[in-house]
Design a protein around this ligand. Sequence first.
Ligand code: ADP
Length: 190
Amino acid sequence: MFNFILFGPPGSGKGTQSVKIAEKYNLVHISTGDIFRKNIREKTALGLKVQSIIEKGELVPDSLLIEILEDALQQHPKAKGFVFDGFPRTIQQANDLDTLLARKNQTVSLVLALEVGDKEILTRLLKRAETEGRKDDTKEVIENRIQVYNNQTQPLIDFYKTKKKFQSLHGIGGIEEIFTGVCKFIDQQI
Ligand code: ADP
């Protein structure tokens, strides 16, 4: 199995690239943000629980993430591998992911970060706000999401560097250009 984590700040293009990677390498794309948004739209119990947290740009509690991941992995018993997009976002989540994968005798294969600076992110997300209307794309909430990323998610870089699984790539450029770069890293590992 190839278990790939696409890592990076909000607005770095993880969603766009993850879809393309999953398609090209026949992997299952798991976006925790998409799962939450679907639950919010459908007003499920989970959706109601997480809605206000997400609208503030805070992180959903780790315990809920593990339930979601367990469920997602179970739904795809025959997967050749996964692209994790927006997960893990805390050290606890990274440890939980290792535990879940270990049950299948699996590990994280590669963590690839898309590097984009804070200013560019703010510009991109404000632009996205005009077209997509996501409730967490207001200036105030975006700034909070960037701060949450820097405080709670960035420490994962050292976590995966220690495990020698971490690589990074400049995340500014055209979608196809970045995709070519991402594929080069994957092709070296797969
Ligand atoms: P982005 O990467 O643009 O911030 P996502 O779609 O990945 O957007 O996530 C949207 C929101 O969903 C996050 O701001 C957070 O509130 C919640 N969320 C998604 N994934 C996680 C996670 N792994 N842990 C905690 N909260 C999460």
